[in-house]
Design a protein around this ligand. Structure first.
Ligand SMILES: O=C(O)CCC(=O)C(=O)O
Length: 278
């Protein structure tokens, strides 16, 4: 599934771009299904926003209990001062999460393919569990920034064994908010942990050095490309101020052989599953 040079690059950089991993038609099917889900969603009077800016303070029950649900989070810039929607619902949603891959048959099919199972095995994730999925819209003009972070901050395992799969459902360029990553940054330790404490969350800082912009490289990709991210590699996306959306689908896998702490924000009432029915 992976050539030796690809695996070597993944180990060296902490990320790997796989061109054309998914057929364009599969990307379009996922986009169409996301559109249907949004159409069927009735937003509450005060929708929940997703932002990486002061996330702990903005955490609410709707977010905390979304680990095994399909829930909708809005762009910060989509709400007016009273918390109501400024524009059309379909152009206001930041993302859908976090169990699309378990609860929706279209997302389940996209997420559990022999190719992905083989890729995960080639990456060395032993007994993989599909812990989290997100459909990220990065809306035109108001798509919010995702600050520099390591995915293991949010999905920590002991020992660390987390891999992120980021599927480009549309072309992603610097002007519509593509991912940026820090080559080799996965070898510099975990900087913080986003911790659940009862019905609240907090960010525990383990290493206060700021990331800065130095060394980050843009990962410009086309529809159907897949970016594989080591759980420890720092990455970000800038705001999307362009007229083009930048839809992406992400899957986060952990290894069943690592411990999954009860202090991770994402807790499920139904156990996470791998690529096959257990
Ligand atoms: O898609 C994005 O803009 C950022 C996604 C990301 O960093 C993540 O899912 O960890």
């Amino acid at each position: 599934m992976l050539r030796a040079d690809q695996l070597e690059r993944f180990r060296r950089d902490g990320f790997l771009v796989l061109d054309g991993f998914v057929e364009g038609a599969a990307c379009d099917a996922l986009r169409a299904r996301a559109e249907e889900l949004v159409a069927g969603f009735d937003p509450p009077a005060r929708p929940t926003v997703f932002t990486t800016d002061d996330q702990a303070r903005k955490t609410d029950d709707y977010f905390l209990d979304s680990g095994d649900q399909i829930r909708f989070f809005f762009e910060d810039g989509a709400l007016d001062d009273d918390g109501g929607l400024r524009g059309a619902k379909a152009r206001s949603i930041n993302k859908i999460g976090h169990a699309l891959h378990d609860l929706d048959p279209t997302f389940d099919r996209f997420s559990r393919t022999p190719e992905l199972e083989a890729l995960t095995a080639a990456l060395g994730v032993e007994d993989p569990l599909l812990m989290q999925s997100m459909y990220i819209f990065k809306q035109p003009f108001i798509g919010g920034e995702v600050g520099c972070h390591q995915d293991a901050t949010y999905l920590h395992t002991e020992p660390e064994a987390m891999v992120g799969l980021w599927f480009a459902l549309e072309d992603a360029r610097t002007d519509n908010g593509c991912l940026w990553a820090l080559p080799g940054g996965h070898r510099d330790g975990l900087r913080s942990r986003f911790v659940r404490d009862g019905r609240t969350t907090r960010l525990d800082v383990l290493d206060a050095r700021p990331w800065g912009d130095a060394g980050l490289v843009p990962l410009e990709v086309n529809r159907g490309d897949l970016i594989v991210l080591d759980g420890l590699v720092p990455h970000l996306s800038h705001p999307n101020r362009s007229p083009a959306s930048r839809h992406a689908y992400t899957l986060h896998l952990v290894s069943a052989t690592s411990a999954y702490p009860a202090t991770n924000w994402l807790q499920r009432r139904t156990p996470a599953r791998g690529f096959r029915i257990r």
